[in-house]
Each structure stands twice: as structure tokens, then as C-alpha cells.
Design a protein around this ligand. Structure first.
Ligand code: SF4
Length: 287
């Protein structure tokens, strides 16, 4: 593991769901190739030169010192800190990163600062320790498919999907708030799958965020991709409404004039549910 030093850690995010963010690692061994937005930005800015460099994470060795220096000034202003916009705080099989993330969450709790966390790794049991457990925190996992073939192709370094869900459920069972990000959701020309199977697997969560896949030519090659996303979003809304799950559909996922959040077109949804299932069973199948 390599180490770097930074001059500051907490920064204003500009998004409404978490007004501050922090990134205590540079790079990410999950190596998502949707492509990863964080990697694209870092490459454009010249911070990281290649994908190979990106997937070898570097720890910000002075992260805790920076937090100690910045929190006293900012703690009363901060509503929520997001971990992380530009890396993954629980990178799979990276114990040093997990250890530092746990220390950061404990430090935030010490000053009663709420965190929202997202990961494609496995949430560790230590999150339930008294020094870290914060009932105000939200823990999310990105689950866009139950197919391991899909994961290995598009999120090659991430944790197996079943393990992610199991770890998220453990947090839910312990009384913590959990959520799932279904973004970037793949079209049927990438993986044939039944969205109902995914929703069923994560139906214990408090919130679902659904969003289309951007920055990939294969999405525009999918015939009627707009109708597909309208239908899938409609199904997510319907599923969440029936179960009292909070939801958020990302901007640009629903095409204007096609489907409103109030009116779900059942025929259209049924059509897509049938046409996107794999032929053999309800098991997802990479195309
Ligand atoms: S887990 Fe997030 S930060 Fe890491 S490579 Fe994937 S999209 Fe990028």
C-alpha cells in the first residue's frame, strides 16, 4: 500500500443529500469500468495517469490528523458527511482502508456528525461497536445486478454481491439505516435480468436510489432505452410505494412526457419485465 499526504480532508459537496464529503484514499481497487466517474475526473485532472495506477489505492496517511484539525471548526455547520464521492471506503480485501474508515467514522461520531456511506465492499461487524455505531448514519451498497458474471466484468475488484447484501442486512438487523443504489442500471443488451429479483433481494432497505447508465455506447445501442428506463423506474417506484420504502429516481432516468412518477404504466412495465428476463430461468444472464 502506498501513502500520500493531503492539505485538507473535509470539503463542501454541493449536493443536497450530504453537504460535506471526504476522500481518505486516492484510487480504488474495485476498478469499475462503466467507466468510473471518479477515475475519469482524476485522469482528466492529471492526478492519475492510467487505469492500472487507479486500481492501486493510496491511503491519505494524515487523514485523521486533518479531521482532528478541521472538525472543531466545521462540526456545527455540517449536516452530513458523504464517504466517499471519489473512492470506496470499504474496498474489498483492503484491511488497511477498512481500518482507517472505521477510525474516521468513530471520530465523526465523537463530534456527533452524521455520515452517509456507500460501498461495493463488505460492511464489517465493527460498525456495530459502541464507539462507531451511530443510528443517524446511512449505509448503502450498489446493487445493479445479482449476476456474478456481470460483477466480474464491470466491477472486477468489488465484493461478491451476495456477501454485500448479507453484510448490509446485518446492519439493518442491528437497527441501522440502509439503502441501495441501483445505478448505473444495465440495459438488456448488457445483462438479461429481472428487476423484481434484485428488488426482492434488497427489500429490507430503507431507501432505493435508481438511475440510468451514462457514458457507455452500449446503452445508446439498446433499442428503446428510454422506454426501458421509464419502465424500470416505474417498477421501482411502484415496488417502493407498496412497501413504504423511500425512493429517489436520478435526474435524466425518466424521459419527460413518457412516465410521471405518479402514473406507472403497468402494460409497459410488464412488457419489459418479460422481455428482459433470461430465457432459462429468473437467473440473470450476461449478454
Ligand atoms: S467502487 Fe466507486 S470509486 Fe471505486 S472504481 Fe467503482 S465506481 Fe469508482
Amino acid at each position: 500500500m502506498e501513502y500520500i499526504k493531503r492539505k485538507s480532508l473535509l470539503y463542501k459537496s454541493g449536493v443536497e443529500y450530504a453537504d460535506y464529503g471526504l476522500n481518505h484514499v486516492e484510487g480504488c481497487s474495485h476498478g469499475c469500468n462503466f467507466p468510473c466517474y471518479a477515475f475519469m475526473i482524476k485522469k482528466r485532472c492529471g492526478v492519475v495517469k492510467t487505469y492500472q495506477e487507479w486500481i492501486q489505492p493510496k491511503i491519505v496517511e494524515n487523514a485523521l490528523e486533518l479531521l482532528d484539525a478541521e472538525l472543531p471548526k466545521l462540526k456545527d455547520k455540517i449536516k452530513c458527511v458523504f464517504l466517499c464521492f471519489m473512492t470506496d471506503p470499504f474496498m474489498y480485501k483492503q484491511p488497511e482502508i477498512t481500518d482507517l474508515t472505521l477510525k474516521i467514522l468513530a471520530r465523526l461520531k465523537q463530534d456527533d456528525v452524521k455520515s452517509t456511506v456507500i460501498s461495493k465492499g463488505i460492511y464489517p461487524k465493527e460498525l456495530l461497536d459502541k464507539s462507531i455505531y451511530n443510528e443517524n448514519n446511512d449505509y448503502g451498497s450498489t446493487i445493479v445486478s445479482l449476476s456474478e458474471d456481470y460483477r466480474k466484468k464491470f466491477e472486477p475488484g468489488s465484493a461478491p454481491i451476495k456477501e454485500r447484501i448479507k453484510a448490509l442486512k446485518r446492519l439493518h438487523n442491528a437497527g441501522l439505516k440502509t439503502w441501495v443504489s441501483m445505478e448505473p442500471y444495465p440495459t438488456p443488451n448488457i445483462v438479461k435480468q429481472d428487476v423484481r429479483e434484485i428488488l426482492k433481494a434488497v427489500s429490507f432497505v430503507d431507501k432505493i436510489v435508481f438511475g440510468k447508465w451514462n457514458y457507455n455506447k452500449r446503452i445508446s445501442a439498446q433499442p428503446s432505452s428510454k422506454n426501458f428506463y421509464n419502465s424500470m423506474a416505474g417498477y421501482v417506484i411502484d415496488f417502493c410505494n407498496k412497501r413504504g420504502i423511500e425512493y429517489h429516481i436520478k435526474d435524466g432516468t425518466i424521459s419527460e412526457g413518457c412516465l410521471s412518477e405518479e402514473k406507472v404504466n403497468k402494460d409497459q412495465i410488464d412488457f419489459y419485465l418479460k422481455s428482459t428476463q433470461s430465457t432459462s430461468s429468473s437467473k440473470a444472464m450476461l449478454v
